[in-house]
Design a protein around this ligand. Structure first.
Ligand SMILES: NC(=O)c1ccc[n+]([C@@H]2O[C@H](COP(=O)([O-])OP(=O)(O)OC[C@H]3O[C@@H](n4cnc5c(N)ncnc54)[C@H](O)[C@@H]3O)[C@@H](O)[C@H]2O)c1
Ligand SMILES: [Zn+2]
Length: 380
């Protein structure tokens, strides 16, 4: 079992990673849960169908009674209607300010449960039990939210969990694209913090499929990056923005295709390629590095070619809805070099030129590469 502590201005809590972390319900978290008048599990239906009994058994073994509220799988749980039904559930089951919630699922379930915990009776504690790779990012840092018809994560608050209990052995049932999604965020954590670590991931031919042991080590590194940033900038006044590397274009691609069609991290991978291209102008990234990144993404199974027929203007309208936009200019997180991020305003005209350049690079690096290798079996 591995562990690290997240320290923010308002609180401090531990993140535990390993197959055995649920034993902590009987030790480290026993007091929190025993003092609660009610414990509620909010569970993602899909994650629950595979793994909920592991959580239930651990709570039973620790003699912690609980009630279960099942949520729709994934993003469907992050709606205003679902949020309201969670509150009704808690009220109907006589939850009070002395109650505790446990989120069991991916980022969607964690974001919703966190926001319910932040708002129920003006705030109650909650624990995160993440079940996706991506949740190494979302379960840490205290951002909670639901979606509105007008946009993603538009209503939410900062509410830090009381602890995070992460079991990488639950990832075995994740669909391929969810594995790719989570691993893109891991790569993001490397790229904004550490040149050598970035290089080791780009050289790893197993990416994005790591063993549970290696995944624990790598995710802990990713969480440490996030924890260090959150410790310095809990409310995103400055450097927390670096965590949005790849997300300005990534979110636009995600919205363009319709949320859920291409996974979040797959879109972020495309967004990171674009940010590298912009970093050739505003930072010191070489074209060779960007091209290598595009090939790496393709070889690792990311659908980078999905955007070659997408018009820039279709994405621009989504990028303009980004929380970081200012008149006529978009704000991007770019890299001076791997491990050295900065924020940069970029004109729409420059963004458009860079987008066209990205499409030609993808055609050159991926589609031509495809033709060159046609018939050969040397690609993953
Ligand atoms: N709060 C933050 O700081 C933060 C950061 C990044 C992302 N997010 C949010 O996180 C969400 C994305 O999280 P996610 O990628 O974990 O997606 P998700 O929660 O939608 O889960 C992805 C899919 O995998 C299923 N699933 C979950 N665990 C499973 C398991 N062990 N086996 C099989 N299937 C499983 C879910 O039902 C869903 O269909 C988005 O809503 C995003 O806005 C929040
Ligand atoms: Zn993300």
């Amino acid at each position: 079992m591995k562990q690290l502590t997240v320290k923010t201005m308002s609180t401090s809590y531990d993140v535990h990673i390993g197959g055995g972390v649920y034993v902590l319900f009987a030790t480290e978290y026993k007091e929190l849960l025993q003092h609660a008048d009610k414990v509620g599990i909010f569970a993602d239906a899909t994650a629950a169908s595979y793994h909920l009994e592991k959580l239930e058994q651990a709570l039973q073994a620790a003699s912690i009674p609980f009630v279960l509220h099942m949520l729709p799988g994934g993003e469907e749980s992050k709606t205003p209607a679902s949020f309201m039904s969670c509150h009704s559930f808690l009220l109907q089951h006589q939850f009070t300010r002395q109650s505790v919630l446990i989120a069991f699922g991916g980022g969607a379930c964690g974001d919703l449960t966190g926001f319910v915990a932040a708002t129920f009776m003006r705030g109650i504690p909650f624990l995160q039990c993440p079940t996706t790779i991506l949740a190494h990012d979302s379960a840490v840092g205290g951002k909670t939210a639901i979606n509105m018809p007008e946009g993603k994560n538009m209503v939410g608050s900062f509410h830090q969990p009381a602890g995070v209990l992460f079991r990488p052995d639950l990832f075995t049932t994740l669909p391929e694209r969810e594995v790719r999604s989570g691993m893109a965020e891991l790569l993001k954590h490397a790229m904004i913090s550490d040149d050598d670590w970035t290089e080791s991931l780009l050289l790893n031919s197993d990416f994005p499929h790591f063993s549970a042991e290696m995944l624990s080590t790598e995710l802990l590194k990713g969480i440490r990056v996030k924890a260090d940033i959150v410790a310095q900038d809990e409310f995103e006044q400055g450097m927390r923005k670096f965590l949005n590397f790849g997300h300005t274009l990534g979110h636009a691609v995600e919205a363009y295709f319709g949320f859920g069609k291409v996974s979040h991290g797959e879109c972020v991978m495309i967004g990171m390629a674009y940010s590298l291209l912009l970093s050739e102008t505003f930072g010191s990234i070489s074209p060779g590095f960007t091209n290598r990144f595009i090939r790496f993404a393709d070889h690792s199974g990311y659908p980078v070619q999905a955007i070659v027929d997408v018009e820039f203007n279709s994405l621009l309208q989504f990028m303009k809805m980004d929380k970081k936009v200012s008149a006529g200019e978009l704000v991007f997180v770019l890299l001076h070099s791997p491990g050295n991020p900065f924020t940069q305003k970029v004109s729409e005209r420059h963004c458009e030129q860079a987008y066209h350049e990205l499409i030609s690079r993808i055609k050159e690096e991926v589609l031509h590469d495809c033709k060159r290798n046609k018939g050969s079996n040397n690609r993953k």
